[in-house]
Each structure stands twice: as C-alpha cells, then as structure tokens.
Design a binder for this molecule. Structure first.
Ligand code: SAM
Ligand code: SF4
Length: 329
C-alpha cells in the first residue's frame, strides 16, 4: 500500500476498545462517554479486518486502546492473529498496555507469539501514580511488568512528560527502566480530546528535557529504529536506550508508515486529523473481502501529509475532538 506522498503503509495500530480501567488525566476526562457497545465490531470482525490489512502488506500490528487487555476474551483475537506470525506474513504482533492485567496475560501473550510489549508508566511514586491515573494502583503495574519479563517478553516503558508532575522524576524513571534492562521512551502530550486538565499547563517540550538530561548523562546518537516515530539515543552511563517521541517539537510525518483502526471499524489515516473511512460497512456488506480491499485502497489514497498539532495559550480547543483512547496511542 503506497500513499499519495510515496510512503509505504506497513503498520496498523488497532484500538480494540476505547474503554479503560484507568482515567489518566492527560488522556481522558473522569466522566467519559464511550462509543456505544452496539457499534463495536466483534473480535471475529476485528480479526477479519486485521487479516485484510496483512493481506495488503501490513507487516506490524499493534493492539492498543483504551486498555486492550480489558476487552473480554481478548486473548482469542491475539491467538488467532498469531497465525500470521507463524505463516511469515507478519513480522510483529505487539501491544501497548497500562500493565494492569499483565500478570494474568503475560504467559498467554508470549505463547501466542508476542515478543515485545510497551507499558505506559509515568511515575514510580504511588501517590503520584494515583493522581495521574485516577483509578490505578502502581503495585499491580509493577507486578505486571515483572510477570511480562519473567514470561520472556521484552518490555519498553513509555512515559508522557508532564510539566510539574513527573518532570522531576524523569532521570529516576530512566535509571530504573535501564537498570531492569528495559528501553525507556518519553512522549510529548498531544492535544486530543477534551480532558479536565489544561494541556498548556501539562505540556513539557522534550527538547528541554533532552537538554537537561544531557547535563548529567552522555547521550550518544543512535540509528536504532523500531518502525515507530521514536528517535533513540544510547545513554553511556546506564548502557540503556532512551527514545523521544516529539510530535510537537519535531514533526516526523514525512516517514509515517501507519494507519489506525478503531473498535468500530473506522480507519484514521492520521492521528492528528479528523478525516476517516468507515470499514465496517464494506466488512459487513459481503463475506468476501473484495469490497473491503477497495475501501482500504481508497482510504490510503486520502492519507494526509501530516498533523496540525499545536499547543499554545491562544488555541484552547484540542486539535482533534476524539480522545487518544479512540484511535489508540
Ligand atoms: N491503555 C494503554 C496504555 O496506557 O498504554 C494503551 C492506550 S494509551 C491511549 C497509549 C499511549 O498513549 C499511552 O502511553 C498514553 O500515555 C499515551 N497518551 C494518551 N493520551 C495522550 C495524549 N493526549 N498525548 C500523548 N500521549 C498520550
Ligand atoms: Fe487508559 Fe491508557 Fe488512556 Fe491511561 S493512557 S486512561 S491507561 S487508555
């Protein structure tokens, strides 16, 4: 699949549910309205959609959400998608999770063919963790991370850099992650969906974080890539990898290789734009995939050049109205 700007689309991210057992302040309002249950695709339909993308050239699939592991019977989807790994059609099947259910599912994920997971964790302080996630318990997440590593999964920690919240803990988080042999990636907050907090207050540019880290650590340039937007450095003192995802301070759209599917079968060709294609209709119209394949081609032909994320005090509305949990972060 080639888009109008010559970018090859090989990566599909799937939000299998927009629901979550946490309510992170930068991601969701406390009182969220979720997509109506009646609009959800079944796990079998999601499997068929993902498989159509694999047939069209997708090599990497990431299941995300909301919290992917709170969707009932989720392992049946992971298990059936695992067949594409065994056939060689897919290079990687992976997940982004808040870690709350990993103790339960780590072994099953590994058995299905998953080799790496990203776990989102913004602080190691239990009280701060409770403040950020509103509903989460840090012990469960830490146990989940240990269970994942014990099951043989490679874990990467992702933290959203939040001004005045975890700003003073970034070094601690990095040293902790690297000490456990995990890569560590920082993310800038993106203006998606209304949340209760003020994003201009939360936004911490990673250019600043990087300058500060460079005062205490040797950050060596690295051309390591995982097929995502993160740019990595090697930290000489810890021997670990540190990634930066900087949609605001450094735009990476020119190398974008991905599209995003929601749990209702809507395809977003860009995280930061509203244009979308309905794939549920062609999926349900016919048991044969021909209609679906042409709807996918038509959608890819509309992939925009890039996003319009800006966070500043003059612009109060988010760049896109939907929350990250709908399109999947
Ligand atoms: N629940 C899972 C989790 O937390 O990892 C998967 C979905 S979550 C939406 C995926 C990632 O998006 C998380 O790392 C989260 O911190 C990040 N995220 C959520 N809202 C964001 C926002 N407005 N800006 C930047 N990152 C955001
Ligand atoms: Fe849930 Fe992940 Fe959003 Fe936090 S960031 S509310 S864990 S979907």
């Amino acid at each position: 699949m080639l888009d109008p700007f010559g970018r090859q689309i090989t990566y599909l991210r799937v939000s299998v549910t927009d629901r979550c057992d946490f309510r992170c302040t930068y991601c969701m309002a406390e009182d969220m309205t979720f997509l109506p249950k009646a609009d959800l695709l079944t796990l079998e339909e999601l499997e068929r959609l993902c498989s159509a993308f694999v047939a069209k050239g997708v090599r990497k699939l990431r299941l995300t959400g909301g919290e992917p592991l709170v969707r009932r019977n989720m392992m049946s989807l992971v298990n059936s998608l695992g067949r594409h790994l065994r056939s060689g059609a897919l290079d990687e099947l992976t997940l982004t999770t808040n870690g709350s259910q990993l103790s339960r599912f780590a072994g099953d994920l590994r058995a299905a063919g998953v080799r790496r997971v990203n776990v989102s964790l913004d602080t190691l302080d239990p009280a701060k963790f409770r403040d950020i996630t509103r509903w989460g318990k840090i012990e469960t997440v830490l146990e989940g991370i240990d269970a994942a590593m014990a099951a043989g999964l490679k874990v990467k920690i992702n933290s959203v850099a939040l001004r005045g919240i975890n700003e003073d803990e970034i070094e601690t988080l990095m040293i902790w992650a690297h000490g456990k042999g995990m890569d560590f990636t920082l993310i800038e907050t993106m203006p998606m969906g209304e949340v209760d907090a003020d994003r201009t207050d939360q936004y911490l540019p990673l250019s600043l974080v990087r300058t500060r880290l460079a005062q205490n650590f040797t950050l060596e340039d690295s051309d390591y890539r995982t097929g995502g937007p993160a740019r990595y450095v090697r930290v000489a003192e810890t021997g670990g990898r540190l990634g930066f995802i900087t949609p605001l301070t450094h735009n990476f759209c020119e190398s974008c290789n991905r599209v995003r599917l929601t749990c209702t079968g809507t395809l977003y060709m860009c995280l930061g734009q509203d244009d979308a294609a309905d794939l549920r209709k062609p999926l349900r119209a016919n048991a044969d995939d021909a209609l679906l394949h042409s709807a996918i081609d038509e959608a890819i032909s509309r992939k925009p050049k890039g996003h319009d994320f800006v966070i500043d005090r003059r612009r109060h509305a988010p760049a896109v109205a939907r929350h990250m949990s709908v399109t999947g972060g």
